[in-house]
Write a protein of this length. Structure first.
Length: 111
């Protein structure tokens, strides 16, 4: 059965809240975990609205290559990069350095 958009967005927010400090995941990894493989863009769309939920660490979600593709949703400047660097990650040219080392996969890390 297909989930309603509102429920899917809430599920995205709940998974995003579980990303540990200093780790990142991808839109696709969240979609896959939620049983919506191939819907990474829908995860991105959900996180686009996460700004109204400060408890959702949307800055920890990047694209599958570790690029800060959603950085423009954080306003002008480098807020997303700064938040990640404050957690100990290194970012160069809008890409996470050692992305695989910091990658958190909810499909393997969560029950």
């Amino acid at each position: 059965m297909k989930k309603e958009k509102g429920q899917f967005f809430n599920d995205v927010y709940e998974v995003t809240k579980l990303i540990p400090f200093g780790r990142v995941t991808s839109y696709g990894a969240i979609a896959n975990y939620l049983g919506a493989k191939g819907n990474a863009r829908m995860v991105g769309w959900a996180l686009n609205g996460a700004g109204k939920y400060p408890e959702v660490p949307a800055h920890r979600v990047v694209n599958s290559q570790g690029i800060l593709s959603g950085r423009h949703y954080f306003g002008p400047g480098d807020e997303m990069k700064e938040q990640l660097e404050a957690e100990g990650l290194m970012v160069k040219d809008d890409k996470i350095i050692d992305f695989k080392k910091h990658f958190w996969d909810p499909s393997t890390e969560l029950p």
